[in-house]
Design a protein around this ligand. Sequence first.
Ligand SMILES: C[C@H](O)CC(=O)C(=O)O
Ligand SMILES: [Mn+2]
Length: 337
Amino acid sequence: MTIQRDILITEVALRDGSHAIAHQYTVDQVLRVAKALGEAGVPYIEVSHGDGLGGSSLQYGLSLTDELKLIEAAVSVSGDSKVAVLVLPGIGTIEDMKEAIKLGAKMARIATHVTEADVSAQHISKAKDMGLETVGFLMMSHMAPVDKLVEQAKLMESYGADTVYMVDSAGALLPHEVRERTRALRDHLGVNVGFHGHNNLSLAMANTLAAIEEGAVRIDGSIRCLGAGAGNTQTEVLVAVLERMGIQTGIDLYKIMDTAEEVVAPILQVPQEITRDNLVLGYAGVYSSFMLHAQRAAKKFGIDSRDILIELGKLKVVGGQEDMIIDVASEMAKARN
Ligand SMILES: C[C@H](O)CC(=O)C(=O)O
Ligand SMILES: [Mn+2]
């Protein structure tokens, strides 16, 4: 029987959620989550270090478990769901993708800063050549005007991406901005448009619905909001909302709710809420995965983590510049003394 899916959801808790738990996933946790997501009928499950393949490092945070073991575990239990991996050129290599393919990964999402799509050319075309479904993932999309976003998305399309995502990494976009951007992408691209939000300003659901209304057909969610910062659009809530709207995701509502409550909630180190730090991420337009780094720096230098985040926002620091967080905190501490 073919399952009707008007919107294809990619569940990102086993990748984006890695940021929220300091990359401490165990094989056992991944087995339980991926099995339950597969049984609920989630079409795509992303598994990698939070910063994508090869991300485990002092700079980005060391993983407790080798991500290849996590990918293998997820593939072994996820049934008809496809396992996806995230790859940031410069961190994840073509060799890393080959290893993931050997283990059964079926989709690669190639992520760059919103103005740097050109660095994704090789990864996107190789991923396609190797038979992967391929997504271009334009991070920190709030930092580029609409025409720049479209230009960069078209580059990813020209390299062979099947879908291009607008990624609101900071959870900073407002619904009318998501609407305008999605419409422009829809008007100028021949491939699918996707949206990945973060809930730092409590707008992930509103933004997701705006994106869908303007034609996005690929949406990311994190179950129980297990993603960086305040998490992403909450998958089980999204399934319920879309069902109310008559939009089919092919995901079983009761099963996804049970997975959230019984399998994912026990993994959370702290509740995934809009804390004051998460709120500041969205307000200042800072990469959500900087949260734990900023909190550690705040503790080390005895300053308010919000001040560090606001300064990072002013400096327009982007993914890959995690070492700047310590520099900023240390400069602030010096200036104070
Ligand atoms: C590497 C980032 O965590 C990717 C992502 O999920 C985002 O930019 O948001
Ligand atoms: Mn994210």
